[in-house]
Write a protein of this length. Structure first.
Length: 82
């Protein structure tokens, strides 16, 4: 799942992020395992790698906001934080 967070396909990234979020939401044991295996770092990297580097590039910002993998990664990060 962690490798799929870096896939070129947005839907694949979104599905991987969602699966991680569901796993950690439904199992405290899996939450610890996922953190130890790098899920927190990988989800953060997904969001950061999609983030526009310039705040004047409106098109890049629009793509970032519309990217479903970013939205789901942020949701999954929230599940890890609980």
């Amino acid at each position: 799942l962690l490798r799929l967070l870096e896939d070129a396909d947005e839907k694949t990234r979104a599905n991987a992020a969602g699966a991680i979020g569901n796993l950690v939401r439904n199992s405290a044991d899996l939450c610890g395992v996922m953190v130890r295996e790098g899920a927190l770092r990988a989800l953060h990297h997904l969001v950061d790698s999609r983030r526009p580097r310039s705040d004047v590039d409106v098109d890049a910002l629009d793509r970032f906001v519309a990217d479903s993998s970013v939205k789901i990664a942020l949701f999954s990060l929230g599940n890890l934080a609980v």
